[in-house]
Design a protein around this ligand. Structure first.
Ligand code: FAD
Ligand code: NAP
Length: 546
């Protein structure tokens, strides 16, 4: 190992959500000094920031939780099948206390820049509190969906009432009692908060640009028997989720094709799964994600349910997605979403027919009318996957900025590392299955892989790890190739494709080949001597650079 200057910390971690917390815990096995920076004043990440009414997970809590510690797994009792956001945040606070993680976290501090120093083989990290420190290993655990997106609607700042983004919700809550409220956006966040706001508001107007497919969660309290059954079978189910399930979620996978059965049998199966609730519905037939005709059978079924639930046929039609296959926008899991449109205080505005012209002091003006409002809720989403990384001034070798390197779309090896950015890791970064999987499973797998890479680096007495440029480029080709086997390209306007952010390159951001395949690929790479990763001495690099 080269004898370069001492650094302030062995490892710097950015973010204290599911990823950052586990990263601190895991890195303690090998790194004496760790510092984690978190922009918020508490742990939890998504579950700290997104406190809008109705927030809960869309993967059952017995699965959307850590598996790395058996005692933790067995001691935390989830109250419902899909726990509310506050309970998930409480769980993450429990994890932070249980493993004494807070001592390494600096809260209320945003990392603004991180520059690689090739001479010294270290990262120089700067925060918005004016601190600059050095580290050997730099882990961005900043999440896929932590950079909120406020659309550039003319006049938004002129509005005289309250404006709230779902991802920056006031921690004391918002009292909508009797007020005239607008929600802009009908993705997962909008679909979760609309039913709850409708119960409280005097009048709720939903401004919808694109309708979404949504499936009832059929959420309910968790019985002791259900919890116990999971605990008794956790080892096998967690293994099965990782090794055999495309979304890293244990599901009952149906037969290969929806086309092989007649409509009556198919609908009976769809009904059965509808009653179970959640994304189980999407696994009824294995070709729903890949075959347009099969996909249409599932989409038709959902549209029929919307027409059945929503009393006003015109509203039902407005709520029915018609121009993209089901599942190519994130499937929503709801609690009485479509039923909400039967309330007399709720109105739906179709922005495709009557777009927003501008926002004025008193409300939202569409082509045809002025909607007078007290509050506007922006459920308008995120600069997903790349945003949390490119909003920090990250510079690798030769002062190349990550933003410039990714100007035409992100390039990474396995979504975990970027060529030219040695010892920098991106947990669930672009190019990983991340948001197309149970993200907690994806996070654990990434952090364990990072830990393995660092152990290997230490054992082989080298300083730096980074991907070979060829491995990175091959992985990029693989990410682009697997998406062609799915229906995602039939839905080019999603955040999966970067299409929700003006000017963002239109490329598939996550790896769509299935978590189980990704997991196998990573294991093969490790077994093959960390194929595609380059391990080097900083001194070698210095010589190379001169
Ligand atoms: P995050 O939870 O996003 O945490 C990142 C942290 O990094 C944040 O606290 C942020 O403040 C901090 N940070 C970011 N940049 C900086 C910086 N420059 N300096 C300092 N701190 C910084 N996934 C599922 O699988 N199932 C679900 O049910 C599910 N529900 C979701 C619901 C919502 C509302 C959202 C937005 C996402 C949901 N997700 C879900 C995806 C979710 O992103 C992951 O499940 C998971 O919570 C991500 O954890 P993380 O630690 O990687 O990132
Ligand atoms: P999203 O899915 O990107 O939805 C944003 C919504 O805002 C869309 O309906 C979009 O319309 C609309 N919108 C954006 N800009 C607009 C504008 N200028 N004018 C009018 N409408 C506009 O964001 P999200 O709902 O926050 O969800 C993001 C992801 O977070 C989800 O896909 C999911 O992965 C995760 N999440 C999960 C849960 C959960 O159930 N556990 C809850 C929330 C979020 P278009 O579709 O037309 O662009």
């Amino acid at each position: 190992m080269s004898d370069y200057k001492a650094v302030d910390y062995d490892v710097v971690i950015v973010g204290a959500g599911f990823a950052g917390l586990y990263a601190i815990h895991k890195m303690r096995e090998q790194a004496p000094s760790i510092r984690c920076f978190e922009a918020g004043d508490g742990v939890g990440g998504v579950w700290f920031w997104n406190r809008y009414p109705g927030i809960r997970c869309d993967i059952e809590s017995m699965q959307y939780s850590y598996s790395f510690d058996k005692d933790l797994q067995n001691e935390w009792d989830w109250s419902e099948h899909y726990a509310p956001g506050g309970e998930i945040c409480a769980y993450l606070n429990h994890v932070a206390d249980r493993f004494n993680l807070r001592r390494d976290i600096t809260f209320n501090t945003r990392v603004t820049a991180a520059h690689f120093d090739g001479e010294e083989g270290l990262w120089r990290v700067t925060t918005d509190q004016g601190e600059t420190l050095t580290t050997r290993v730099f882990i961005m655990a900043t999440g896929s969906l932590s950079a909120s997106q406020t659309p550039d609607i003319p006049g938004l700042d002129d509005f005289s009432g309250g404006t709230y983004h779902t991802a920056e919700w006031p921690h004391d809550g918002v009292d909508f009692s009797g007020r005239r409220v607008a929600v802009i956006g009908t993705g997962s966040s909008g679909i979760q908060c609309i039913p709850e706001i409708a119960k409280e508001a005097g009048q709720l107007t939903v401004f919808q640009r694109t309708p979404n497919f949504s499936i009832p969660a059929q959420n309910r309290s968790m019985s002791d028997e259900y919890r116990q059954d999971w605990r008794e079978n956790y080892d096998e189910r967690r293994r099965y989720a990782k090794e055999e399930c495309p979304s890293a979620v244990v599901r009952e996978f149906g037969p290969p094709s929806a086309k092989a059965v007649d409509k009556a049998a198919r609908d009976a199966e769809y009904h059965r799964r509808w009653r179970i609730g959640g994304a189980e519905f999407m696994s009824a037939y294995r070709d729903i994600p890949t075959d347009l005709e099969s996909n249409a059978t599932a989409a038709d079924f959902v549209r029929e349910r919307i027409a059945e639930v929503v009393n006003n046929p015109e509203t039902a039609e407005m709520l029915s997605p018609r121009d993209y296959p089901i599942g190519t926008k994130r499937i929503c899991i709801d609690n009485f979403y479509f039923e909400t449109y039967n309330r007399s205080n709720v109105r739906l505005v179709d922005l495709k027919k009557t777009p927003i012209k501008r926002i004025e002091a008193s409300g939202i003006r569409t082509g045809t009318e002025l909607h007078v409002l007290d509050d506007i809720v922006l459920a308008t989403g995120f600069d997903a996957l790349t945003g949390p990384l490119t909003r920090v001034d990250i510079r690798g070798r030769g002062n190349l900025s990550l933003k410039d390197k990714w100007a035409d779309g992100p390039k990474s090896y396995l979504g975990i590392m970027v060529a030219g950015f040695p010892n920098m890791f991106t947990v669930t970064g672009p190019g990983s299955p991340s948001v197309l999987a149970n993200v907690v499973v994806a996070i654990e797998q990434h952090i364990e892989l990072i830990a393995d890479l660092l152990v290997h680096k230490a054992k082989t007495n080298v300083d730096l790890i980074e991907p070979e440029p060829q491995a990175e480029s091959d992985w990029g080709n693989e990410v682009n190739a697997v998406v062609e086997r799915t229906l995602f390209s039939h839905s080019p306007t999603t955040w999966y494709m970067g299409a929700n952010i003006p000017g963002k390159p239109r490329v598939i951001l996550p790896y769509a080949g299935g978590f189980h395949n990704y997991y196998r690929i990573c294991n093969d790479i490790v077994a093959d001597g960390y194929r595609g990763f380059r391990f080097s001495l900083a001194t070698e690099d210095r010589l190379q650079d001169t």
